[in-house]
Design a binder for this molecule. Structure first.
Ligand code: DUC
Ligand code: ZN
Ligand code: ZN
Ligand code: ZN
Length: 473
């Protein structure tokens, strides 16, 4: 078995940071020792097959992105990153595990839709991956299928209160799925927006001639998110289902989540970098059709409403449990352009799987969160949330050797022609400058990225069977 010795760095965990050396044996972490320790009996810096000098750098667990959509069918097109291109971009950015969403189409068994997603990903991925299952049609057959999926390592299920006629579930269906999830101990993930009311607002806006991307945000106001979040929390409370609210962008929705958590309910919030940095005014409101780049749901919110400071605060309090990307890229050409002249036809989604670790590290540099919180929300908490811990999300003996060496004095310029490996013709974060840099990325002991070189390959990444969530009260 080949050994790798990483020495001289500061190992950062969700609990603390200290100078430690890391020994990797094959695919797993063999030991984490004090610098200069002779506990392992020999001079590892001389005897390990590969030696990495991490002096002045942080050594962190590989990122775990709990929310991606490679090749998601949406609005007559498909998300532009394949499992191959999307996971390669993830690796470039220091993310070594993704959890993507299999989608149940009408008339399809959940088991068959999962098999389809396995086919899309198998042999293609640069990093390890798991699946959540979207239940597009809650009926007796699907509910039965849920328990089968749990035994196959797919232990979380997503429903939509948005998108009537597409992915939407009504309250009765939500109740039934939550009852089943509660019985199984599986996490129920919710896209919490009142889709029925939003569709009325969209229809009325279009009738007034309000057709540009800006109105995508205007027609999905925070009240729609707060209301749906509250409803989901109440239904989960009744059924005992652990509830994970995805892509929370409204401070009022987080207030609901924080209140439920304060009462001891198993409710968890996820937010995404786009909601922490981008806005309705500056992005969706960009001139012409430019704003289409940032059409996603939940939408970017008005900076003037003060959501961003509150989202950062809720990350600090722990009421935001994880930061994921909701990576769902579409090109402007031929994809976002489907909504020229009608914002409601713009495919929803932003690509960002490559930039999450950097964007959140900038939060450390800006004094928004601690170094340990960065590792917690980007690596450890998502691993615990989705039953991947302690195999993922932690640098500790026995864990998979998914390790990122991050340079806090490095620099990353985000944008096309700079750092951009996602299959998109634009970057949602063009021009962002990050005061840090992903230097080296290892996945199960193999170096995927080093000093600006890509050394990974399609097929290295394997499907990870997940257990039940380890975050529950
Ligand atoms: N939101 C998006 O922005 N894209 C995909 C699906 C979703 O809920
Ligand atoms: Zn969603
Ligand atoms: Zn999503
Ligand atoms: Zn560097």
């Amino acid at each position: 078995m080949s050994t790798t010795f990483i020495h001289g760095g500061i190992v950062v965990s969700a609990n603390g940071s200290q100078p430690l050396d890391v020994l990797i044996d094959g695919e797993t972490i063999a030991a984490v020792v004090q610098p200069g320790s002779t506990a392992l009996g020999s001079d590892l810096a001389a005897t390990a097959a590969t030696v990495i000098d991490a002096t002045g750098k942080y050594v962190i667990p590989g990122g775990v992105d709990g929310h991606t959509h490679m090749q998601l069918p949406f609005g007559g097109t498909e998300a532009s990153d394949t499992f191959e291109t999307g996971t390669r971009a993830a690796a470039w950015g220091g993310t070594t595990t993704i959890v993507d969403f299999a989608v149940q189409k009408p008339g399809e068994r959940v088991q068959d839709s999962l098999a389809l997603w396995h086919d899309k990903a198998a042999g293609k991925c640069a990093v390890d991956y798991g699946f959540h299952q979207i239940i597009g049609n809650v009926d007796a057959e699907s509910l039965k299928g849920m328990s089968e999926l749990v035994s196959e390592g797919v232990t979380s299920f997503k429903l939509f209160m948005a998108y009537p006629g597409v992915f939407y579930s009504d309250d009765g269906q939500i109740l039934r799925a939550m009852q089943t999830a509660g019985d199984l101990g599986a996490v129920l993930m919710m896209h919490a927006e009142n889709g029925i009311a939003i569709d009325v607002l969209v229809e009325q806006a279009l009738a007034r001639g309000e057709k540009s991307p800006y109105y995508h945000g205007v027609t999905r106001p925070w009240q729609m998110e707060e209301e749906a979040t509250h409803r989901a929390i109440m239904l989960a409370q009744l059924t005992g289902a652990p509830l994970y609210v995805v892509h929370v962008s409204a401070k009022q929705a987080l207030e609901q989540i924080a209140e439920a958590r304060g009462k001891g309910q198993n409710v968890f919030g996820e937010t995404c970098p786009q909601y922490l940095y981008l806005s309705l005014e500056e992005n969706l409101g960009a001139p012409g059709f430019e704003g289409a780049k940032w059409v996603c749901s939940t939408p970017l919110r008005a900076r003037a409403e003060g959501h961003q400071d509150e989202l950062w605060r809720y990350i600090r309090t722990g009421d935001v449990t994880t930061v994921a990307t909701d990576h769902c890229p579409f090109c402007m050409k031929d994809q976002k352009e489907l909504g020229l002249g009608d914002f409601s036809k713009i495919p929803n989604g932003i690509g960002g799987v490559e930039h999450r670790m950097d964007l959140m590290f900038q939060g450390v540099k800006d004094g928004r969160i601690s170094l340990e919180k960065w590792v917690e929300v980007c690596c450890t908490a998502p691993a615990r949330m989705f039953g991947l811990y302690p195999r993922k999300g932690v640098i500790s003996p026995g864990a998979d050797a998914d390790v990122v060496i991050y340079d806090p004095n490095g620099h990353t310029s985000i944008g096309l022609g700079k750092t951009h490996h996602m299959n998109m013709d634009h970057s949602a974060y063009e021009g962002f400058e990050i005061d840090g840099h992903v230097d080296t990325v290892l996945s199960r002991g193999r170096v995927l990225v080093d000093a600006g070189q890509y050394l990974g390959s399609a097929g290295h990444g394997r499907f990870v069977k997940r257990g039940l969530s380890q975050n529950l009260i």
